[in-house]
Design a protein around this ligand. Structure first.
Ligand SMILES: NC(=O)c1ccc[n+]([C@@H]2O[C@H](COP(=O)([O-])OP(=O)(O)OC[C@H]3O[C@@H](n4cnc5c(N)ncnc54)[C@H](O)[C@@H]3O)[C@@H](O)[C@H]2O)c1
Length: 257
């Protein structure tokens, strides 16, 4: 049976919002968590309960589980998607404070989220965790060292935790989105040179829509993925399959194909 009750963090915008909408459309009850209360208010609907809170705190993660159980009576899946970036150069003033914050939201938030959800998932007879890593967790990007470190940590976090909870039928996986059209990446996409430079390295030569990420989250939480745990699935239009050699322009007449 598909997920009945799911909690999604970073739910007010972008990939999280698309995930809330997709699960709700398919009949799941959703607990939507974000620091952005105004954004959450736009999501309110019959089967959607919202919680304003910071995922780097134990309080928010405990409240997320309590809300799922109080409102919907169970919890089958958690999508730990909230994330931030932007440390700036390593030697810039304040870089270490920003690094600490990125690690707190992206890594500590995921660790706390899994920890808080485990008893409720166990009580449902098993369940599924999906963490949002990134292609920035699979390789490095310019001036992105802190975010790179945080997203790489998630790749190995899901491996380690998947091993610990597999026998309890709790599957723990990640997606690694490539460039996806959200507020987080609006600056890169709109940049006159950087935007096209990124796009031309993507074999599919376009960025993802948030819903294309949500579909893979749906798959990972579904019975179709019942034997999948401890993996990170790139959802990146082939970007991470590229060995780093710039793609030739798409000129069909002169193509090697
Ligand atoms: N957009 C991309 O290209 C891309 C690529 C790879 C990975 N990701 C990852 O996908 C996830 C979602 O990003 P997005 O692109 O949808 O960004 P977004 O900025 O549109 O949405 C992120 C949401 O997380 C919320 N959030 C931030 N800090 C929070 C906290 N401490 N507690 C609770 N909520 C918090 C924000 O308020 C926002 O609503 C992030 O983990 C991001 O790192 C995005």
């Amino acid at each position: 049976m598909s997920v009945q009750v799911v909690a999604v963090t970073g739910a007010a915008a972008g990939i999280g919002r698309a995930t809330v909408e997709l699960f709700a459309e398919r009949g799941a009850r959703v607990v939507a968590v974000d620091v952005d209360k105004a954004g959450l208010d736009e999501l309110a609907g019959d089967g959607i309960a919202t919680l304003a809170g910071d995922v780097s705190t134990e309080e928010t993660n405990a409240a997320l589980v309590d809300l799922a159980l109080d409102r919907f009576g169970r919890l089958d899946a958690v999508v730990l998607n909230a994330g931030v970036s932007g440390a700036g150069p390593l030697e810039s003033p304040g870089a270490i404070e920003r690094f600490d914050r990125i690690l707190a939201v992206n890594v500590r938030g995921a660790v706390l989220g899994v920890r808080a959800a485990l008893p409720a998932l166990r009580a449902s007879g098993g369940g599924s965790v999906v963490v949002t890593s990134s292609i920035s967790g699979l390789g490095g990007d310019p001036v992105t060292w802190a975010y790179n470190a945080s997203k790489a940590a998630l790749v190995n976090l899901v491996r380690g935790l998947a091993i610990d909870y597999a026998v309890e039928n709790i599957r723990i996986n990640a997606i690694a989105p490539g460039g996806t059209v959200t507020a987080l990446t609006a600056g890169v996409l709109a940049h006159p040179t950087l935007g096209p430079a990124v796009t031309e390295r993507i074999p599919q030569r376009r960025w993802a829509q948030p819903r294309e990420q949500a579909e893979v989250v749906w798959f990972l939480t579904s019975p179709a993925a019942s034997y999948v745990t401890g993996v990170t699935i790139p959802v990146d239009g082939g970007l991470s399959a590229n060995n780093g050699i710039l793609l030739p322009p798409a000129y069909p007449g002169d193509s090697p194909r």
